[in-house]
Design a protein around this ligand. Structure first.
Ligand code: SF4
Length: 461
């Protein structure tokens, strides 16, 4: 029996991974997927019995950052377990064969597991000049991607380059680099951007598929919400310093040594969606802001262009689509000014409307008075005195018509002992997947500094 056929749990035991470690892994995956801890046993059961998934891992225009992230892990760990979770059938960097032998292995895998393998794509895909900037086995990489991803059970684009072309696809790039979804549009794709991808998110995505037989819920950019559903800024350990206006203004200053907010050093945490602050990298050891540098927004579409310069605040905030030359601080001032202006306009409009209504009322009253004086309006004279007998009859009629109001509440009906107990309604079925979250807009959250409720930024102490 091959390692792949013996199932994941047996393979793990085979490699000396203890049951305790495996259960910890399952609990960690439930947490990573933002599922209740009660899902951990289900994940453990699904993963333990799952066959090791065959994987064809393609690399195009890239720096091998995702491969490094995949391999660099302490043992045992979540990412180490990922290696046991998968059966890497083809990986240009890791496999022993090369040239035609390597390509023969890829084709053999596709034939052996039709619609039954994962495709992982790392790196951008050149499209200019017939895609000749990157050839695999003498063929344009784009053709290989189309072929492999088209026959895959699921395609996972790992890292920013595979998602949207990355640095090779940035402005001025000559190769016309694009992401997987532009080349293999018919494939079932999930995007895991980042530079590099966080391997914990890759593991959790695969575990989700093995457990629930479907990909996790994604946003409009194809990114799983469990990993890319929250702003970095809202999860950051330096957020309190942002709220109190405590900012680093020079690299290495006293504020930097105290771990204050890096917003003024160009941190893109307020514009970027990712779980870096909570999952972190290197087995949960750290992440860029914790290490003292700002977030560069590498999980956002086209971040090489959209988020640069990385060490300055954005000049043209994406959320507002304002004209170039307006920075985040100016947006804040503009918003406050705008609110004040709107308030003034509203007050002025209300004053004008009231004055106009008063004038209209006065004009109508004047017209009515003139009409009455001119005898054009019939004036109904009030009776000089009310007949007491008429009042008494009317009061009696009202009393007869009105229902009697009880002074005590009605007694509750005695329960009928002979009556059968009402049947219990069936409990609602617990969904096996997280509820679909509302689709996120492609554009990131407004710049936090622009929020009108935020405190004014005091001088850095
Ligand atoms: Fe953290 Fe950056 Fe937001 Fe400051 S601006 S709180 S460093 S994410």
């Amino acid at each position: 029996m091959s390692e792949r056929d013996e199932g994941l749990y047996d393979a793990l035991l085979h490699r000396g991974v203890s049951r305790r470690t495996f259960l910890q892994f399952s609990a960690a995956m439930a947490a990573a997927l933002a599922l209740p801890a009660s899902f951990a046993p289900r994940i453990a059961a699904a993963v333990a019995t799952a066959p090791r998934m065959p994987v064809i891992w393609l690399r195009g225009q890239d720096c091998a950052g995702e491969t490094e992230a995949f391999l660099r892990s302490s043992d045992p760990s979540t990412s180490q377990l990922l290696i046991d979770l998968l059966s890497i059938e083809y990986h240009q960097t890791l496999m022993a064969p090369s040239g035609t032998s390597a390509e023969a292995a890829r084709i053999a895998t596709m034939e052996k597991y039709p619609d039954g393998y994962f495709a992982v794509v790392e790196g951008g895909i050149p499209t200019a000049d017939g895609g000749t900037s990157c050839l695999i086995g003498g063929r344009p990489f784009a053709d290989v991607v189309r072929e492999v991803c088209g026959g895959a059970l699921v395609t996972i684009a790992v890292g920013g380059c595979a998602v949207d072309g990355g640095i090779a696809g940035a402005s001025g790039g000559p190769t016309g680099s694009v992401g997987v979804s532009r080349v293999a549009s018919d494939a079932k794709i999930v995007n895991l951007p980042g530079c590099p991808v966080n391997v914990e998110n890759l593991t959790a995505t695969i575990v989700h598929y093995l457990t629930f037989k479907e990909l996790p819920v994604t946003d409009s950019a194809g990114r799983p919400l469990f990993a890319y559903g929250n702003l970095v800024h809202n999860q950051c350990e330096r957020r309190a310093h942002f709220e109190f206006g405590e900012y680093v203004t020079t690299w290495g200053d006293e504020a930097a040594q105290k771990g204050w907010c890096l917003y003024k050093m160009g941190c893109k945490g307020p514009e970027a969606y990712a779980n870096c602050p909570t999952v972190k990298f290197s087995e949960g050891l750290s992440w860029p802001v914790k290490a003292g540098t700002g977030c560069i927004g590498c999980t956002m579409p086209g971040f090489w262009d959209a988020m640069s310069p990385f060490y300055r605040r954005l000049q043209s905030p994406i959320p507002f689509g304002l004209a170039p030359g307006i920075n985040a601080d100016q947006v804040g001032i503009a918003l406050v000014g705008g609110i004040a202006a709107v308030t003034m306009v509203h007050g002025s409009a209300t004053f004008v409307r009231e004055q106009r209504n008063n004038a209209l009322g006065r004009r109508r009253a004047g017209k009515a008075t003139k009409a009455a004086r001119a005898g054009r309006v019939d004036v109904v004279e009030a009776p000089a005195e009310i007949d007491e007998a008429t009042v008494a009859i009317a009061a009696a009629d009202l009393d007869a018509a009105a229902p009697e109001i009880p002074t005590t509440p009605p007694a509750a009906p005695e329960p009928d002992a002979a009556a059968p107990a009402p049947a219990m309604t069936a409990a609602p079925e617990i969904p096996t997947t997280p509820p679909a979250a509302p689709e996120l807009p492609a554009a990131p959250e407004p710049d936090a500094s622009a929020a009108p409720s935020g405190p004014a930024e005091p001088e850095v102490r």
